[in-house]
Design a protein around this ligand. Structure first.
Ligand code: NAD
Ligand code: UD1
Length: 345
């Protein structure tokens, strides 16, 4: 297939591009590099032997979108481009709605104008809010997000669902990611957060590499196995392979196990919850490094526990995860130790 990958220079996008190229697909990346580096392109070439086509452009610009769609007839779009910092979204809601929601509407209009009818969208488990129980199934109700970032994901899902209802020839796959961590085993691509990381694993690796002094554990009085928050961590390569498997939704005739619909929703997780202290412990034993930490107050908006049921993705797409928490800890560390400053040389 010829695939347009928006946000393909970012963390999840770059790993997915590697898997797409390895599977024989032709990839063109559209990215404005607002949260990534063009060095990623050389790294992808080192891993796969192929440098993906790259168009520096912005989904907020209709002209950029028109130009990129004039480059080729794309069979589908995998749409990663978006802003994702929860705290920043609270401070700059308009920028988040404009970038994520208006950008996606521009993209969908450009797809319609250029007769490209298939899209895979990066959604998030955040749309489930604080779920009534775990594991979380796809038919659990969506709850109001606690921040504008989460709300953009929910709104975009609704837009895609409505567009699929209105157009029988439009096909959408909504992938709800749980907590992606880890990196490609080469150590050449990985997560490169700007400034102090908000998320747990990059914080741990930066403590391990000596950039940060100690981890703050946000609360130890949650209703969980050891009082710390429980999440479903998924290796970014497994997550990337979930996108590859989702392409089957655009070929229903040859995949009778997939529900006959033009809009599909799948959880992508491991189905297993891990607490903050369990993840710290796994990192310490996998890499033989001590992670100093202190218990801090809870972080606003955090929930006790969140892990997926992924039976639907297995049954319909034949996808399930291969990597465990130790693999994730090893690969996150391998990336960090080889790139202590991320993509900055
Ligand atoms: P990332 O920031 O590393 O990648 C996003 C990419 O999109 C970046 O390269 C950025 O430069 C680009 N981008 C942003 N706005 C753009 C615009 N207007 N035009 C063109 N390019 C633009 O983030 P990621 O972790 O790889 O996440 C990818 C997607 O998955 C995002 O939509 C994110 O919200 C979603 N998601 C991520 C997580 C996670 O934990 N990382 C969890 C759930 C969902
Ligand atoms: C967060 C976002 C979510 C987003 C996801 C991926 C919030 C409330 N949620 O999810 O919307 O989709 O990132 O970007 O921000 N923790 C610590 N110390 C730290 C960092 C985290 O103890 O320094 C704990 C958290 O309290 C949580 C767990 O580690 O229990 C995971 O946190 P994090 O990696 O930020 O992911 P989520 O909160 O699940």
């Amino acid at each position: 297939m010829k695939i347009l990958v928006t946000g393909g220079c970012g963390y999840i996008g770059s790993h997915t591009v590697v898997e797409l190229i390895d599977a024989g697909h032709k990839v063109c990346i559209l990215d404005n590099l607002s949260n990534s580096s063009s060095l990623v392109l050389d790294r992808i070439e080192k891993i796969t032997g192929t440098k993906p086509e790259f168009f520096k452009g912005d989904i907020k610009s209709k002209d950029d979108l028109n130009d990129v769609f004039n480059l080729a007839n794309f069979d589908c779009v995998i749409h990663f481009a978006g802003l994702k910092a929860v705290g920043e979204s609270v401070e700059k809601p308009l920028e988040y709605y404009e970038n994520n929601v208006c950008g996606t509407i521009n993209l969908l209009q450009a797809m319609r104008e250029h007769n490209c009818n298939n899209i895979i969208f990066s959604s998030s488990a955040t749309v489930y809010g604080s779920p009534k129980s775990n594991p979380i199934f796809e038919d659990f109700p969506k709850l109001k997000a606690t921040n504008p970032y989460g709300e953009t994901k929910s709104v975009i899902e609704d837009i895609l669902i409505d567009n699929a209802k209105a157009n029988a020839n439009f096909n959408a796959v909504l992938l709800r990611y749980f907590n992606p961590i880890g990196a490609h085993k080469s150590g050449l691509i990985g997560e490169d957060p700007k400034g102090i990381p908000n998320n747990l694993m990059p914080y741990i690796t930066q403590v391990a590499v000596g950039k940060l002094e100690r981890l703050g554990v946000f609360g130890n009085d949650y209703n969980t196995v050891d009082g710390t928050g429980v999440r479903d961590y998924i290796h970014v390569v497994d997550l990337s392979l979930g996108h590859l498997a989702s392409l089957k939704c655009f070929d229903l005739d040859n995949n009778p196990q997939i529900e006959k619909s033009n809009c599909h929703i799948y959880n992508l997780g491991t189905g297993k919850g891990t607490s903050v202290l369990e993840l710290v412990d796994a990192f310490e034993s996998a890499n033989d490094i001590e992670i100093p930490y202190e218990i801090c107050p809870r972080r606003a908006g955090d929930i006790d526990e969140c892990f997926a049921n992924c039976d639907k993705a297995f049954k319909e797409l034949g996808w399930k995860t291969k990597f465990n928490i130790v693999d994730m800890a090893n690969d996150s560390w391998n990336w960090q130790i080889n790139n202590p400053q991320g993509y900055q040389l």
